[in-house]
Design a binder for this molecule. Structure first.
Ligand code: NI
Length: 256
């Protein structure tokens, strides 16, 4: 069994065939799927989907590219949504400096990230962190504001040195389709060095489809391609990768 620990099945790309996508995932052995919100509206949609499909779980949160969606009432609303028993995380939250070049708005991203880390601690949920081109500040915030929290650096794209700092905090890294790309840069080196209990597999569907589906719409069934690449790089069997990545996801998110 596999768990796709990060995707976006509420996305409009899945409106026409969501049930078939979930069925294909099950046929491929992907028996649990965790969707993550980026706005209040998508978070609400994720709670609804988790009610309608037994395989689906969710995380709720405001993505750093969506900070205009955040106000003083947002954390309260997210806490209400997170009270649903199939909501197992706060996320995806974090920093995105790739799309945000303005330093004042980057500071607002940091403030909103920290407020949502506080929320996760208050309601005792793990955290899924988005970080794009903001490695230094993300790590600094986790080290200073992440006390008594566990979570994952989703779609990991940093260095091995940074990964080691993350593992030291007891946090995991999430590995996606880019591991299968020819230009996967530092990622193979990171996953080869990763302790078994520190890796999750994810798709980030509909984005970032792995080879041989690169460029197409991604879907949870394809998380198996990420697992195959992990097995190849780490000299493990696919069964071993399935077993420990599933155990890691169950342990972090308490889904069984
Ligand atoms: Ni995502």
């Amino acid at each position: 069994m596999f768990i796709d620990t990060h995707c976006h099945l509420e996305d409009e790309n899945f409106t026409a065939d969501r049930a078939e996508v979930i069925e294909r995932a099950k046929m491929a052995g992907v028996e649990r799927i965790i969707n993550f919100g980026s706005t209040l509206a998508s978070s609400i949609a994720i709670v609804e989907l988790a009610k309608n499909f037994p395989e689906l779980y969710g995380g709720v949160g405001i993505h750093p590219e969506e900070i205009d969606d955040f106000d003083e009432k947002t954390c309260e609303k997210l806490a209400d949504l997170a009270a649903d028993k199939k909501i197992v995380a706060i996320g995806e939250i974090g920093l995105d400096y790739h799309w945000e070049k303005d330093s004042a708005r980057r500071l607002i991203q940091q403030k909103i990230f920290i407020e949502q880390l506080d929320l996760a601690r208050q309601i005792n949920l793990p955290v899924c962190v988005h970080n794009r081109d903001a490695h230094g500040d993300t790590l600094k915030i986790l080290q200073t504001e992440g006390k008594n929290l566990r979570g994952v650096m989703h779609c990991y794209s940093g260095s091995l040195e940074m990964a080691r700092e993350i593992w030291k905090l007891g946090w995991l890294i999430g590995v996606d389709g880019p591991l299968t790309f020819k230009n996967s840069a530092k990622l193979p080196e990171v996953v080869k060095a990763a302790p078994r209990d520190m890796i999750l597999i994810e798709t980030d569907a509909p984005y970032l489809a792995p080879v041989p589906y690169r460029g197409k719409r991604n879907e949870p069934a394809y998380v198996v391609e990420v697992a195959k690449k992990l097995a190849e790089l780490r000299g493990e069997t696919l069964e071993e990768v399935a077993a420990y990545t599933t155990a890691n996801a169950q342990n972090l998110y308490q889904i069984f």
